[in-house]
Design a protein around this ligand. Structure first.
Ligand code: SF4
Ligand code: SF4
Length: 409
C-alpha cells in the first residue's frame, strides 16, 4: 500500500508538470489528467500492468488519429498531402522513420524525411530527443507503452478469445523477417536517399496523412497502404492475436529491439519456478517466447520482447517479472537494490548470489520495494506515455466535444 501511495504521489507531480503543462485552462486536459491518474493508481493496486497498459494504448491510438487528422484539416483542409507540401517539409516527423534516416544522415548529412527541423507538433529535433530519452530508459518498451500506433493492433488482437491461426512454431522466422526487412529498407533508403518505407509500406497512412492520387504510382502506393492496414493491422491481429505489423514490417520495432540492449530493466523468466505450460508464449503479442526459450531455460524472452507485461499477468507460477539486467549498470542496481528480483541474462550460478535479501527494518523494506524494477519501469513508461500524449489527447477530446455540441444544435 505504501508503495502505491508513494508512486501515485509522484505520478500526480508528473501529471501536473507533463500532463497539464501549458494546457491547464482546458477542461479536457483535466479530464485527461484524471483518466491517467485513475488508470495508474488502478494499475498499481491490481498489479495488472497489461490490462491497463492495453486500455490506455488503445485510447491513445484512437485519440491520436482524431487529433492528427483534425490538425491536418485545420492547416490544409485535407488529409492528403500534395507534392508541394511535401517539398516544403510540411509533414510531421514520425518515429517509425528514425532507423531509416540515421544512416543517410550520418553518411550524407541528408535528412531523407522532409519534415520541419524544429517547432510545430512533431519536428525532427523534438521527436529525436524524445526517442533518445525513451530508448535509453525503456528501450523496446516504447512499442507497448508509448507508441500511439500500436494501440490499433493491440485492440484488434484482443477481439477474439482464441487465435484462429497459431504461429508459435514460426516465431523465430517472423523475428528474422522483421530484422531482414529493417536491413532491406535501410539499404534501399540509403541507395535512393528517400524514405521508401513512408512512400510504399506505411499502413498508418490510412489514419494519418496520405499522398494525393495523381498518377498510377500514387494509386499503387495508396492501394499498398490500404492493403497493409487491412492485412497487418486488422485481419492478422484478429486471426492470430498478435501485433502483426509491429512484429513484421515496422522498422522502428526491430530497431528498438537492438537499442534495448542499452537499457537496464528487462523481463526475466525464473526457470526454477517455470513448469513449461507455455501460457506466456500464447499471450505474447511480439513473438518473443518460443518453445526453446522455455525448454532451454534461457531465463529471458527473445530479443523482440516489448516489456508489455502480458506474460507476467498470465504465468500461473509467478515465474516472470521485470528485473535488472546483467549490464554493468543493471548489475550495480540489482546488487545494491536486490529485493527478490534476480538479474536478467545472468548465469544460474550468478543468480544464486542475487537471492532475496529482505531488509530487516520497515524503512529498509519500503526503500527496497520502491526500487523494485517493476515499479520503476512502469513509472518511467507511464510518464513517457504521458509526455507524448499531453497535447493530442486534450485536443482530440475537445474536437469530439465540439462535434457532439455541434450535432446537438
Ligand atoms: S507461463 Fe510461466 S510457467 Fe508457463 S511456461 Fe511461461 S514462465 Fe513457465
Ligand atoms: S515476452 Fe512478455 S513482456 Fe515481452 S513482449 Fe512478450 S508478453 Fe510482453
Amino acid at each position: 500500500m505504501a508503495v502505491t501511495v508513494f508512486f501515485s504521489f509522484f505520478m500526480c507531480i508528473n501529471i501536473y508538470f507533463f500532463g497539464l503543462a501549458g494546457t491547464m485552462d482546458s477542461p479536457f486536459a483535466w479530464i485527461y489528467a484524471a483518466f491517467m491518474l485513475i488508470l495508474y493508481v488502478r494499475m498499481m493496486i491490481t498489479k495488472n500492468w497489461s490490462r491497463y497498459r492495453s486500455l490506455f494504448q488503445i485510447v491513445l491510438a484512437v485519440l491520436f488519429m482524431i487529433s492528427f487528422i483534425g490538425i491536418l484539416y485545420d492547416e490544409r483542409g485535407s488529409m492528403s498531402i500534395t507534392e508541394t507540401q511535401f517539398q516544403n517539409a510540411e509533414t510531421p516527423f514520425c518515429q517509425i522513420v528514425i532507423p531509416i534516416m540515421l544512416i543517410p544522415l550520418a553518411l550524407t548529412k541528408t535528412v531523407i524525411f522532409p519534415a520541419r527541423m524544429t517547432g510545430h507538433f512533431a519536428s525532427v529535433v523534438s521527436m529525436l530527443l524524445i526517442w533518445f530519452i525513451v530508448s535509453v530508459t525503456i528501450g523496446r518498451g516504447w512499442c507497448s507503452w508509448v507508441c500511439f500506433y500500436g494501440g490499433w493492433e493491440d485492440g484488434f488482437s484482443r477481439v477474439p478469445r482464441k487465435p484462429k491461426i497459431k504461429l508459435l512454431s514460426r516465431n523465430r522466422d517472423i523475428r528474422a523477417f522483421q530484422f531482414a526487412f529493417l536491413f532491406f529498407i535501410v539499404l534501399v533508403s540509403l541507395a535512393s536517399l528517400s524514405s521508401v518505407y513512408c512512400e510504399w509500406f506505411c499502413p498508418f497512412k490510412l489514419v494519418t496523412e496520405y499522398p494525393q492520387i495523381t498518377d498510377i504510382t500514387s494509386l499503387i502506393a495508396t492501394v499498398m497502404f490500404i492493403g497493409l492496414f487491412l492485412g497487418l493491422v486488422i485481419v492478422m491481429p484478429l486471426l492470430t492475436k498478435k501485433r502483426f505489423q509491429c512484429s513484421t514490417l515496422c522498422p522502428f520495432g526491430a530497431f528498438q529491439s537492438v537499442v534495448d540492449k542499452v537499457t537496464n530493466i528487462g523481463i526475466r523468466i525464473d526457470s526454477e519456478k517455470c513448469t513449461g505450460c507455455m501460457q506466456c508464449a500464447s499471450v505474447c503479442r511480439f513473438f518473443a517466447i518460443d518453445t526453446e526459450t522455455i525448454k532451454e531455460k534461457k531465463g529471458q524472452p527473445e530479443i523482440t520482447c516489448a516489456k508489455c507485461g502480458e506474460c507476467i499477468s498470465v504465468c500461473p507460477q509467478k515465474a516472470i517479472d521485470f528485473a535488472y539486467k546483467s549490464s554493468p549498470a543493471g548489475k550495480i542496481l540489482g546488487t545494491i537494490f536486490r529485493t527478490g528480483s534476480r538479474i536478467v541474462g545472468a548465469a544460474p550460478e550468478a543468480q544464486k548470489g542475487c537471492q532475496s535479501r529482505t531488509p530487516k527494518s520497515a524503512a529498509g523494506r519500503f526503500v527496497a520495494e520502491i526500487l523494485e524494477p517493476r515499479y520503476l519501469f512502469v513509472f518511467m513508461a507511464f510518464t513517457f506515455s504521458l509526455m507524448i500524449s499531453n497535447k493530442f489527447v486534450p485536443d482530440a477530446l475537445s474536437r469530439i466535444w465540439q462535434a457532439i455540441a455541434g450535432g446537438m444544435r
